[in-house]
Design a protein around this ligand. Structure first.
Ligand code: 13P
Ligand code: SF4
Length: 320
């Protein structure tokens, strides 16, 4: 969007709040969304929280401020509702890293394996999966599967390696996908930050390229390092007595974290200022207003795909 002045943003927010009431619409936003979007949302959270919230709502219109797979997940759970996204082109590099065709081929090589798909996948990939998971319950989902069962874990290799390390399972095959925002975090970024901030807590999203090295460093050096989903980060900072936090995930979360801990004197900083997801940032306040005014863009999942994908998504929602 071209730069919109503060007053225009406020006017748009006011109109959005009015339209929400008139249309009986509910806005669900991800933690990475722009501050002005977070401020008008009815719910802000991580992928798991968004899906759980979608399932709970009885509103006829649900607007998902996040990337496309998040709106698809809501549409899978709410087939009788109008699920809207302010920009249908808001994709996800990680979800794009495996297609349904590629998964079919992978499955054909491991016909007895259980397929665990990260929620950052298309509806079609979900429909070919046994379980979905998010960063907040991936370990629990894998632990719920009998130990002798082979697992195909996709598409994030860093989350997959983390899950493999925690569960100590050898029979997990991991798809080599990655998120372009998180993959750029190197172990050296963390090493440098630890040296410069010995008094800080380090919060690392499991999609980061440094995740397994972080686990090793935590073990060796006994540093306060926590591998968490974005929702887990919010909870951790709210509950912690520490005063300084370095956060390794998309920088949109910094606004949420500061808002949640306002007045507590906590210093919260991103590990890298360049962790920006351009897809998340495609959801702007003017597009959100237009979505509510015109009831565009509806996200629809073909019923036969939605039906199969729902089984995997519902399993994910039961393991929280
Ligand atoms: P969370 O579920 O932890 O919010 O992660 C979603 C995501 O897209 C991370 O890049
Ligand atoms: Fe996808 Fe990465 Fe953006 Fe998350 S940060 S939505 S995984 S591209």
């Amino acid at each position: 969007m071209t730069q919109i002045d503060l007053q225009t943003v406020k006017d748009m927010q006011k109109r959005i709040l009015e339209l929400k009431k008139v249309k009986n619409a509910y806005i669900i936003a991800h933690n990475y969304q722009l501050p002005e979007i977070q401020d008008v949302a009815d719910y802000v959270g991580d992928s798991l929280g968004m899906a759980l919230e979608a399932k709970k709502t009885d509103y006829p219109i649900v607007v998902v401020c996040g990337v496309h797979f998040m709106a698809e997940t809501a549409a899978i759970l709410l087939p009788d509702r109008k699920v809207l996204i302010p920009d249908p082109n808001a994709g996800c590099s990680l979800a794009d890293s495996i297609t349904a065709e590629q998964l079919k081929e992978w499955k054909s090589k491991h016909p007895d394996a259980v397929v665990v798909s990260y929620v950052n996948t298309t509806a079609e990939v979900k429909s070919l999966s046994d379980y979905c998971c998010t960063s907040s319950n991936a370990v629990k989902v894998v632990q719920s599967i009998p130990e002798d069962k082979e697992i195909l874990f996709l598409p994030d290799m860093y989350l997959g390696m983390y899950v493999k390390e925690v569960t100590k399972r050898e029979n997990i095959h991991i798809w080599p996908g990655e998120c372009h925002v998180h993959a750029k975090v190197k172990p050296s970024d963390i090493v440098k930050a630890i040296k410069e901030n010995p008094d800080a807590d380090f919060l690392v999203h499991p999609e980061c390229g440094c995740t397994t090295s972080c686990m090793y460093m935590r073990e060796k050096q006994k540093i306060d390092l926590h591998i968490l989903s974005t929702g887990g980060m919010v909870k951790h900072i709210k509950e912690s007595d520490k005063k300084k936090f370095i956060v390794a995930t998309e920088i949109g979360i910094i606004y949420r974290l500061k808002k949640e801990t306002k007045g507590e004197g906590k210093e919260i900083r991103p590990l890298r200022e360049d962790m920006i997801c351009e897809y998340m940032k495609m959801i702007t306040i003017d597009k959100l207003l237009r979505t509510l005014e015109e009831e565009i863009y509806e996200v629809k999942v073909p019923p036969e795909i939605a039906e199969r994908a729902r089984l995997a998504v519902e399993r994910m929602l039961q393991i929280v």
